[in-house]
Design a protein around this ligand. Sequence first.
Ligand code: 5GP
Length: 291
Amino acid sequence: MGLPPQLTPDQRHQALLKAAGSRKRRAEVKAKIKTGEFSIDKILELAKEDEAVAKMRVRELLESLSGVGKVRAQSLMERLNISSSRRIQGLGRLQIGQLREEFMKSEHANSPGTLIVLSGPGGVGKSTVAQKVREASDFWVSVSATTRKPRNNEIEGHDYYFVSDEEFSRMINADEFLEWAEFAGNRYGTPQEQVEHALLLGKNVLLEIEIEGAKQVKAHLPQSILVFLEPPTWEELVARLEGRGTDSPERRAERLELAQEELAAAAFFDVVLINDQVESVVKKLVELTHN
Ligand code: 5GP
């Protein structure tokens, strides 16, 4: 090996700055791996264009993953024939495939998020609860696609993805929904990929959907927890539906009739909560993720 090149003071200064920048970037990335924000897949992707990540040692990457200590990282590297000084950029195709497989498995097994499906009759206050959950917890709340027209204060991408009938049909045919259902003349569906991605990252996920959709989710993902939200009394539910000024009288009557049928579905659900106080419902939903 030849001697290291002689650097001018300026080149040396630049090299030190670059090294410090790379260290900082690696620390940032490791912190995101620890919190679960970055999956191993994301890191392997980043390494293609981010030199600081490409030069991170595989050992450092593995030890940053939640649930992987020094011992597990070392034994894994021995098993996959990865030398202890190997950097991410030096991983072979086969090793990348093996690492991916190993961690997709363990991310599912060790720390998948909990999927809670909040359902109940229309007008019971599901969307208010979902809004509070979004604000007051670290749940990831899914945004559905619907063919319904936006109400006054609704925001595209926050309340719903408002799509045309054609687009909704395309999404069904492309298998993009975890579930979908028709409700009071419109179609509503949960985009599958985002939900699965969030669960894979270990996030707790909340879906706020009607009852038929909730049953479909249970059939696909039996580990999901179906929560039925009940009004404190039937009179309360009628008052809430009547008070919704945005719907036509016909639509309100239709919703009332539907709500009556929907109330009978509680028996199918894993948990029934009475919506007497939004805060206490939110607290109970958070508690369900601790079991
Ligand atoms: P609204 O039109 O009042 O926003 O919602 C009508 C009903 O559709 C509510 O019961 C709501 O929970 C339900 N809903 C919203 N998004 C979805 C979804 O993605 N799938 C299903 N199945 N129902 C949904």
